[in-house]
Design a protein around this ligand. Structure first.
Ligand code: HEM
Length: 406
């Protein structure tokens, strides 16, 4: 059946829980249509989300559809163009066995140890950002704090020079755009080309002069006979920068928003700092940064809850809705930082489960602890309208977040 979900409408973005509730209660799955007549099915309950995410008939790569004139497999970019290479050769765009192979390379270099050694670095950057903020009276929690932190950390982890931060930030702002349209195509193509040329230079430097960073670790694999191609490596770095960027920004932003909107929970956390871990899990569940999954495609006709998903149709899993499912979470619309056994889907589920989850949790923990310690009177800026939510199908986050702390 057809329901209207307008992801761009403020009546949706201000209260998405109402629409999610309606979708879950309908006991069916629903189809929406985006611009190019490409049908997309929305999965809204927790159990349906888990079963789709475990089902290998829902795939990522249009190449595996083997139906060349299908809308989804046509593609708007030329094969082997920099845009195609960056967007299509990484693990999140692929299915087993290719996905497994790429994810294993990442797992080799992305160890818990690498993350825990980052702790000091994250604390240092956080302190520097708050030093700057303390000189002001009011600030924007997104622009001045949540936004810069993750991109600095991921660039550091990859061993990209400090002086390139601004450039990386500009590129990733352009490349993050999911939909390629006639209007943005040229800019995305040019940016993909510039980004690839930049990485090519970095790779050459690191091959000659390796460091302790992740790019050097990937390049070191070239000494063995099992390694990624140069194009796969470009795409891997692209994914690591983009996947870790907007998401972490909005975990910090949405998390602080939830705390300021629930003063009793904020008070509880201030007086019980050990609750930070369950508080972060609750921030992920209550208002996590990924409203929906990235797109999947049906590899064959699939029957589900009385509907038929046709081969080639798109599927979006509404993580935010699954995380509010009343059959899985007691009092599911309540923000409760002491919640126990919080098995939310904010980092996904199954073979594409987020590889950066430990890093995201660590960054958020340090960011929130430091904010509470150094800016204990942080509150909404009463002179400016309430912060506005972005209109994006996939990302749940604030456009702006004006606060004061004096
Ligand atoms: C995949 C969420 C931070 C790297 C995913 C997926 C989700 C997710 C939901 C699965 C998407 C799908 O199945 O369609 C988040 C959230 C984050 C975060 C909420 C922050 C709060 C990061 C960071 C990194 C990262 C910091 C890397 C540095 C990845 C990668 C994948 C992924 C590489 C693809 C895994 C695969 O295809 O096997 N993330 N992520 N993420 N994430 Fe994250």
């Amino acid at each position: 059946s057809h329901v209207i979900v307008n992801f761009e409408d403020p009546s949706f973005t201000n209260n998405p829980e109402l629409k999610f509730q309606e979708l879950r209660n309908s006991n069916s799955i629903h189809q929406i249509t985006l611009d190019d007549n490409f049908p997309i099915w929305l999965i809204s309950t927790y159990d349906d989300a888990v079963s789709v995410l475990r089902d290998s008939r829902f795939i990522k790569s249009p190449d595996n559809l083997r139906r060349h004139n299908h809308e989804a497999s046509k593609g708007k970019t030329k094969r082997n163009s920099p845009t195609y290479i960056l967007r299509r050769l990484h693990m999140l765009a692929n299915d087993p066995p290719q996905h497994t192979r790429l994810r294993n390379f990442a797992q080799k270099v992305f160890t818990k140890k690498v993350f825990s050694e980052l702790q000091l670095k994250i604390q240092q950057i956080t302190n520097e950002l708050i030093d700057n903020i303390e000189r002001k009276k009011e600030f924007d929690l997104i622009d001045d704090f949540a936004y810069p932190l993750p991109i600095i950390i991921i660039a550091d982890l990859l061993g990209l020079p400090n002086e390139d931060r601004e450039k990386l930030r500009n590129w990733s702002d352009i490349l993050i755009e999911v939909q390629i349209t006639e209007k943005n195509k040229q800019l995305i193509d040019e940016t993909s080309e510039a980004f690839t040329a930049y990485l090519k230079k970095i790779f050459a430097l690191r091959r000659k002069n390796p460091g302790e960073d992740i790019i050097s670790a990937f390049l070191k694999l070239e000494e063995t006979n099992d390694h990624m191609s140069e194009n796969e490596l470009y795409s891997m770095i692209y994914l690591l920068i983009l996947a870790g960027h907007e998401t972490t920004v909005n975990l910090i932003g949405n998390g602080i928003h939830a705390l300021l909107s629930h003063p009793e929970q904020l008070h509880l956390l201030k007086n019980n700092p050990h609750l930070i871990h369950s508080a972060i899990e609750e921030m992920l569940r209550y208002n996590g940064p990924m409203l929906a999954s990235t797109m999947r495609l049906a590899a064959e006709d699939i029957h589900m809850k009385g509907a038929t998903i046709k081969k080639g149709d798109g599927i979006l899993i509404l993580f935010s809705s699954a995380n509010q499912d009343e059959t899985k979470f007691d009092d599911s619309l309540r923000f409760d930082i002491t919640r126990k056994s919080n098995k939310h889907l904010a980092f996904g589920h199954g073979i594409h489960f987020c590889i950066g989850a430990p890093l995201a949790r660590l960054e958020c923990e340090i960011a929130i602890n430091t904010i509470l310690k150094r800016l204990p009177n942080l509150r909404f800026n009463p002179e400016i309208n309430m912060p506005e939510w972005r209109t994006s199908t996939i990302i749940r986050g604030l456009k702006n977040f004006p606060v004061v702390f004096g």
